[in-house]
Structures are given as structure tokens and as C-alpha cells.
Design a protein around this ligand. Structure first.
Ligand SMILES: [Zn+2]
Length: 290
């Protein structure tokens, strides 16, 4: 048996599927421009734009829906972008197609407490993306909000500099961090600070300014940076018996260090992004004696 079911035509080819012939026309992917063959019917009625695959289709739709988000890498060397990466390193995560995962999206998500939604709105103004309200705990109705950005090139960039899907214990951005400008380092640190920094004043008016991280490499990077800038800090390890894991705490040890740290973080509040709630607390710390 030798029945020809695939025949070249003037503008593409025709193929016999079952009893019927279907016509395919040579055209170009609307997103990346490579040659693709698409059903003649669909192209004639202009019903579907031609794409080489789902990834290009999603990317094209994203470009139309969220042009700012699509162009996020144009901000790459800016202070705001450095801040954003600090926030992603702490309160964010990335998702992309990978083994043992059904994910087809390449997305970046930052989840914050609902009280801090203003910050996400600010991010959306600058970087695009969209915001969702979520509830993590239905009982106590803790409202959370998520910033979501779908952009394959951005995720590729983040992965290139050291972000991975489940980064908690292994995050390592040291090489990237060492390569950015001094100013952007501080903006990045402020992002990390807004994500995983704690500032407390106890009843004896004693202040505590600290960072927490589950990745030792990441904790070392922050610690080394602060110390090399003349700040007094200490790093300690804590065990989480329940989850059989460890985490690291970096605290600024002296009042002088705490104040210079705060001053450095909020050097240019006019032009930078920051969590207002934390900033106000930082101002309180500056007023304390202890
Ligand atoms: Zn394509």
C-alpha cells in the first residue's frame, strides 16, 4: 500500500486525514517570525493568528495585554529593578516549565500581606504585571495580595543570575550582586529588607534590626556586605526542629550601626520604592535611646 497523503501545493501542502483533505499554508509565526504551516481555513477567515507554539502564543498575548511587563528588562540596571530583585529574593518566587511540573507559564510572583498592597500597586505602575487578592487562612481571614508577572525573558534572566524555583535553602546571587553598582546594592538590600527584615522595639525600648534567610550563601552575602561597609553585625544559625531545617539571622549589633544602616537604606526616599510601614518603624528606631 502506498497512498500519498501528504502533497506539496503552491503555497504549502495538503494532507489527507481520514477521508478528507486539509490544506496548510506556509506563513510566519506572529511572535518570533519562524516559518510555520497553518490551516488555510483559519488563515483565510483570519480567525487565528499563526504561532509556532503555545509559548509564542502566550508571549504575543502577554505583549498586547501587558506591554510594561513585557518590557521589564529595559529597567535592568536601575535602582528600582535592584529593589524588585531584593523583594523577589525574599517574598517572591518564580515558576517555569520544568521536570515533574505541569507549569507551562514562566512567571514571577511576589506575595505580601494585604496591608502592603500599596507597594504592589507601585510595582505594577513601574514594571507592569497584575495584582490578585488572596486569602491564605480562611479562618482568620488574613488577606494577602500577589503581584504576578508573566514574562519568559524575565524569568530566563532571573534564572541566569541564580534564581531557581524552590530557592529557600539554596539561593545564591553572590556573583550577580558583586557585579552591580554600590548604589544598586543598597537598593537591592532594601528590597531584601522589606521582604525578610524585622525591626522591633521591645518594652525596655531595646531595638532589634535583623534579617532572616534560610539560605546560608545568601545570608553570608548580606552579612559580608554589611560588615565590609563598616557596620557591626552578627550572624547566627537557628534550628527549626519541626521542619528539620536551619535558618540564619543577621542582626545589626550597635545603635550606631543600626542608624547608619537605616540612613543608607532610606537615603533617597523621594525616588525609591519602599514599604512605608517599615520605613516608619525605622524612623522610630532612630528616635530610641537603646
Ligand atoms: Zn514563534
Amino acid at each position: 500500500m502506498n497512498i500519498e497523503t501528504h502533497i506539496k501545493t503552491k503555497d504549502g501542502y495538503k494532507e489527507k486525514i481520514g477521508k478528507h483533505w486539509y490544506y496548510f499554508v506556509e506563513t510566519k509565526c506572529e511572535n518570533c517570525g519562524i516559518t510555520v504551516f497553518k490551516s488555510k481555513k483559519g488563515l483565510v477567515t483570519n480567525k487565528y493568528k499563526p504561532f509556532c507554539g503555545m509559548i509564542c502564543k502566550c508571549e504575543y498575548e502577554q505583549k498586547i495585554r501587558d506591554p510594561k511587563g513585557f518590557a521589564i528588562l529595559e529597567h535592568k540596571d536601575t535602582s528600582n529593578f535592584s529593589y524588585l530583585l531584593g523583594l523577589i529574593a525574599t517574598d517572591g518566587h518564580i515558576d517555569y516549565p520544568r521536570e515533574n511540573s505541569s507549569s507551562t507559564n514562566s512567571a514571577c510572583i511576589i506575595e505580601l500581606n494585604g496591608h502592603d498592597k500599596d507597594l504592589l500597586i507601585r510595582l505594577t505602575d513601574i514594571f507592569g504585571g497584575c495584582i490578585y487578592d488572596t486569602f491564605t487562612d480562611r479562618k482568620d481571614k488574613t488577606s494577602m495580595c500577589k503581584w504576578y508577572l508573566n514574562n519568559r525573558n524575565f524569568i530566563t534572566y532571573l534564572r541566569d543570575i541564580g534564581f531557581i524555583h524552590n530557592k529557600t535553602h539554596t539561593l545564591d546571587l553572590t556573583e550577580w550582586f558583586n557585579g552591580i553598582t554600590e548604589m544598586n546594592k543598597w537598593h537591592f538590600i532594601r528590597g531584601v529588607w522589606d521582604g525578610d527584615g524585622t525591626i522591633t522595639i521591645d518594652k525596655n525600648r531595646k531595638c532589634r534590626v535583623s534579617f532572616i534567610s534560610a539560605s546560608e550563601t545568601f545570608a553570608d552575602m548580606i552579612y559580608n556586605f554589611l560588615v565590609s561597609r563598616g557596620l557591626r553585625a552578627c550572624k547566627c544559625i537557628r534550628k527549626n526542629i519541626k521542619y528539620n531545617s536551619s535558618y540564619y539571622i543577621i542582626s545589626l549589633s550597635r545603635k550606631k550601626s543600626r542608624i547608619s544602616f537605616i540612613d543608607k537604606l532610606y537615603e533617597d526616599t523621594q525616588n525609591s520604592i519602599y514599604l512605608i510601614r517599615k520605613y516608619n518603624k525605622a524612623l522610630d528606631v532612630k528616635m530610641q535611646r537603646g
